[in-house]
Design a protein around this ligand. Structure first.
Ligand code: ASP
Length: 327
């Protein structure tokens, strides 16, 4: 009996603990200064192709769209470039010669949609938006994602990029399976947008690592890894060797660091340092780049290595910059 009483009182204590912890968390966060909301539209996106994507995002806003439309239409522009070897159907294939695409999108209502390992559709970002808006799910993969795209009446495409096929045939000569990313064989587009109401959204789309194993999924469609948006705080996106980003939940970490008071630049730098430390067992060189946009319009960018470029569009200016890097 007494042991039963002991058990019940321990249970009550446990219950009190469970009930108390969200309050404690709330108290901690209340101490942080609230972030003023910027209402001047701003778009930031990865790599050189970000310049055109930013223009497309701003155009979506001018046509009456919101942050979600900016995010989708911005990266849709990159997916439409069939010469692009790292985004969309023109992207380098996997080691079986099939181009498979990953994409994700997240909005200011904390809704998220993503697709992975999709082939035969030119705009995985629109399928991802379909997942966000029209399903109770957050992620669809492979055949299921393609069936869903067909149900939305998205047009199928059998396009293959001759340049990508040529590169694959060249790779087949050695078939060296070395899943190491470098500046030449990656270039995801990750884009973060804020509309004129101050609402945030983000999108990320890629053909992933060149000559990857069939079925390999990178960070880009993984919410919290390649993309994360919390409208109260800010948004982040990543590019680079997805395995390292997945292992470190880098986009989520950047947003959480901003929540704790770090500036977007500090958050990007800390997250890259953490990623590099977490992946210290890696012996080959790899690149990762991260972008952050805070709700007050301040942004940050940082690369693991030199060469990470990003495009920033604000106050009527759209320019390409190179991020500072750890190495
Ligand atoms: N992050 C992408 C992936 O690992 C590649 C990239 O950024 O280029 O699939």
């Amino acid at each position: 009996m007494s042991s039963r009483r002991g058990f019940l009182s321990r249970l009550a204590l446990l219950g009190a603990g469970v009930a108390a912890s969200p309050l404690v968390l709330g108290e901690v966060l209340k101490k942080k200064k609230s972030i003023a909301r910027n209402v001047k539209p701003i778009v930031i996106s990865t790599w050189d192709h970000g310049v055109a994507a930013n223009d497309a995002a701003m155009q979506a806003l001018k046509s009456g769209g919101d942050a979600l439309d900016m995010a989708e239409k911005g990266v849709y522009n990159t997916e439409s470039d069939l010469k692009n070897l790292s985004v969309g159907l023109g992207g380098l294939p996997d080691r079986d010669g099939i181009t498979t695409l990953d994409a994700s999108i997240m909005d200011y209502k904390h809704r998220a949609g993503s697709v992975a390992c999709v082939s035969g559709y030119a705009h995985p970002i629109s399928i991802a938006r379909g997942v966000l808006e029209k399903t109770p799910h957050a992620m669809l993969v492979g055949e299921g994602a393609e069936q869903f795209a067909a149900s939305l009446k998205f047009e199928k495409s059998s396009y293959t990029n001759p340049e990508a096929q040529k590169a694959w045939k060249e790779w087949l000569k050695t078939s060296e399976y070395k899943p190491i990313i470098n500046i030449e064989n990656h270039d995801t587009i990750g884009l973060l947008a804020q509309d004129s109401k101050g609402q945030l959204a983000g999108a990320c789309t890629t053909s992933g690592l060149a000559f990857k194993m069939h079925g390999r999924v990178g960070d880009s469609p993984i919410i919290g890894a390649g993309l994360y948006v919390d409208n109260e705080i800010g948004a982040a996106t990543c590019t680079g060797l997805g395995e390292t980003v997945i292992r470190s939940c880098t986009s989520f970490l950047v947003v959480e660091l901003m929540r704790q008071g770090a500036s977007p630049q500090e958050a990007c730098e800390e997250a890259i340092k953490r990623l590099y430390a977490n992946n210290s067992f890696m012996t080959d060189e790899y690149q990762v780049g991260v972008l952050a946009l805070r709700a007050d319009g301040e942004f940050g960018a940082f690369g693991l290595r030199k060469g990470f470029t990003y495009a920033i569009c604000q106050n009527g200016q759209n320019e390409l910059r190179e991020a500072k890097s750890l190495i």
